[in-house]
Design a protein around this ligand. Structure first.
Ligand SMILES: [Zn+2]
Ligand SMILES: [Zn+2]
Length: 239
C-alpha cells in the first residue's frame, strides 16, 4: 500500500493545497516548500497563558498585560501558526469555500506544532467549540469537529461532540472589538451533560483564536460544570 502510494506520488504528484503546484515529496500534508515556508509558527516569546506571540526577535515568554490584569478561565491556550498568508487562505477556503478535505492539512499542522503542549496538558477529552444549529445549517459542518476528529486520533483522547452546546446564536466576531466580542459570546454556551466532563482534563479545539473571547467563554462554562482543567488549541492565532 505504502509502495503503491509512493509510486503514484511519483507518477502523479499531489498538488499543493495552497498554490496547486505539484509536490513530489508531498508526505501527508500536500503543501509545497514555498507555501510551508510562508507559514509562521507561533514561537517564543509569547504569553504562556493565552499564547499570544509578542512578535519580537528573541526574549523569553512572559504573561501578557491582559492575562495579568484579568486571568482567563482557561489554564493555557496555544495556536500552531500565525493567522496570515497561506494559513489564512487555507482556513478561509476550508470554512467558507466548503473544502472540507482541507481539515486534514490544517489539523496535521496543528499536530506537528502543538503535540508537546498537548502532552503536557494530558487531556482526557477533546471538546470542539460548538456552532449554533442555525449556523451549522448554513455551513453544513462544524469546522472545529472536523479538525478535532483528526487531532483526537493523533492525540489519543476521545472527541466529545455534543456536550458543550451553543445555546444562543451570536453575531460573527470578525467585525467586533475585543470588549464587543466578550459581550457577544456571554451566555452563548452551556454544558448539556455536566457528568461527562466533571473532574476531567478538557482540551478545547477551534480553528482560529483571535482575542480568545470564545475560548474563554467556553472554558468558563466548562469550569462551572466541574472540569479538573481546561486548555485550548487552535490551528491559527491572530498576531
Ligand atoms: Zn504551494
Ligand atoms: Zn496572555
Amino acid at each position: 500500500m505504502v509502495l503503491l502510494r509512493g509510486l503514484l506520488d511519483v507518477l502523479f504528484p499531489p498538488l499543493c493545497h495552497v498554490c496547486r503546484k505539484p509536490v513530489p515529496e508531498a508526505g501527508e500534508l500536500h503543501l509545497c516548500p514555498d507555501c510551508r515556508g510562508a507559514m509562521t509558527p507561533v514561537a517564543s516569546p509569547c504569553c504562556p497563558v493565552c499564547g499570544i506571540p509578542f512578535g519580537t526577535e528573541g526574549g523569553i515568554d512572559h504573561p501578557c498585560g491582559d492575562c495579568l490584569t484579568a486571568p482567563p478561565p482557561f489554564d493555557a491556550a496555544r495556536g500552531a501558526l500565525v493567522f496570515a498568508g497561506p494559513v489564512q487562505e487555507l482556513i478561509h477556503r476550508f470554512k467558507y469555500g466548503h473544502k472540507v478535505h482541507l481539515r486534514r492539512p490544517l489539523a496535521l499542522l496543528a499536530v506537528e506544532h502543538l503535540t508537546p503542549f498537548v502532552r503536557g496538558v494530558a487531556p482526557d477529552l477533546i471538546v470542539p467549540v460548538p456552532l449554533h444549529r442555525v449556523r451549522l445549517r448554513e455551513r453544513g459542518f462544524n469546522q472545529a469537529i472536523l479538525i478535532g476528529e483528526v487531532m483526537a486520533r493523533h492525540w489519543g483522547a476521545p472527541l466529545l461532540r455534543d456536550t458543550l452546546r451553543r445555546v444562543r446564536p451570536t453575531a460573527p466576531q470578525v467585525a467586533l472589538s475585543a470588549p464587543q466580542r466578550r459581550e457577544n459570546v456571554r451566555g452563548a454556551f452551556s454544558v448539556a451533560v455536566p457528568e461527562r466532563v466533571e473532574g476531567r482534563r478538557v482540551l478545547l479545539v477551534d480553528d482560529v483564536c483571535t482575542t480568545g473571547s470564545t475560548l474563554a467563554e467556553c472554558a468558563r462554562v466548562l469550569r462551572r460544570a466541574g472540569v479538573a482543567s481546561v486548555a485550548a488549541v487552535t490551528v491559527a492565532r491572530a498576531p
